[in-house]
Ligand binder design. Sequence first.
Ligand SMILES: Nc1ncnc2c1ncn2[C@@H]1O[C@H](COP(=O)(O)OP(=O)(O)OP(=O)(O)O)[C@@H](O)[C@H]1O
Ligand SMILES: [Mg+2]
Length: 497
Amino acid sequence: MGDTAFIELNQIVKDFPGVKALKGVDFSVYPGEVHGLIGENGAGKSTIIKIMMGVHQKNSGSIKINGDEVIIDNIIQAGRLGLAAVYQDLNLAMDLSIGENFFIGNLPKKKSGLVNWKYVYEETEKTLKDLKIVIDPRKKISELSPAMQEMVAIAKTVHLNSKLVIFDEPTALLTNEEVEILFDIIKTLKKRNVAIVYISHRLEEIFDICDRVTIFKDGEWVDTTDVEEIDEDQLINKMVGRNITEMYNIGHQSPGDDVIRVKNLTREGNFQNISFDVKAGEIFGFFGLVGSGRTEIMRAIFGADKLTSGSIELNGKPYKPKSPIDGIKKGIGFLPEDRKEQGLALALSVKHNINLSSYKDINRFSFVDKKQENSRADKYIDKMSIKTPSRRQTVGNLSGGNQQKVVIGKWLCNDSNIFIFDEPTVGIDVGAKREIYKLMEELAAAGKAVILISSYLPEVMGLSDRMAVIYEGNLTAVLDRKDFSEERILKHASGIK
Ligand SMILES: Nc1ncnc2c1ncn2[C@@H]1O[C@H](COP(=O)(O)OP(=O)(O)OP(=O)(O)O)[C@@H](O)[C@H]1O
Ligand SMILES: [Mg+2]
């Protein structure tokens, strides 16, 4: 670490209407340092990086780059100062090719005045290759998987020769192997003396990749320390102000009757011959790598996609999925993984969103029962500890994790028999994770069948009574809790016999 920080933020204050997002925080990052930034949902992490990137303007405080005070008005200027960010919402132009994205606003011209496409694609390919990303630079962004889009966004920051690269929850969409690739890229950047900010709710990643870590709580700076000098329990305590020792400790029920029985389900091109059953009171894990077909299986059961063949029974009666509305009527609740796209009306209030799927229940004599609407909203704001100034706040103004919690609250309002959680804790802080696990325990104790899809192994292993493992559209194993071992599960998940 050199003597001068690459970037130094002092006493940064940021107010939004009704919310003090940052109450005078300090934060600095040195060249060649990976600096973790952690805190609960709504602590102010994304806000401070948006201030660095010129997306938001601070109310007061100062920013220095290489010791000189700077004012960062907009993202273009941030780019000129050498700052780049890989956000939760990636800022790539979906309809353009990878190469065009790399040179956006700065396309090289030939003498004739025409764009030098050969140069664009050769340069892009070189940058990608350096980072061991194998892909045709002529491909459109919209044709890439979410993980690959993220890799491209990262490669773009390398191409721009950035001096500071900010990663805001980069691993949420990535498989284990892709996380390895990402960490290699970060190590390459570090060797080039780039300063790196790393935001994540997966604390073990902080210990894997960061040199120092800063903790925010409720818009305040709590601590900055060498990662070697702190352990996970201490970090959690500083983050949430209490100890959470038994993350996955929940009660397990003795299973009741089969709630759902699935036989030989096939959807051509996605999955084949899937058979399993889930009993009342059971938490049934569904583990597999991102892209293995777990979500597709559940979508078909829910009625969102058509099946080619196979049969399903619900509570002993035959069931043919027709549409999601039919699925909901039959008692299947599905919490989708892309919650931002499928789950929320960003322009509406928290209250409105929570009640959205249940207006037909509270809408007696065709006017809305305001009292019930309010109390439902308050109940889930409390239950999910949603950080919002009031139930009237626009959902689009909440932090990423709090938006997720609104979707889950809205969804729990439905009275289902089967609850399918697809990656429920991505982007959620440790305290709220624990709340979600307890909610799953409650549902199981009330005799519901709970299906948990997750690519986060500690979570599925910690919570499930039984676990199905999926590999490339095939069910490779159903394991009992007593037979869970990381090695065995990963073997089945990667198709090794
Ligand atoms: N545009 C906005 N308008 C109003 N309030 C906002 C806006 N953006 C953020 N906030 C509020 O500022 C606070 C900090 O939000 P921020 O997004 O920085 O949290 P975060 O630490 O990134 O959380 P997460 O882990 O959930 O992503 C939150 O209370 C949030 O509701
Ligand atoms: Mg955030």
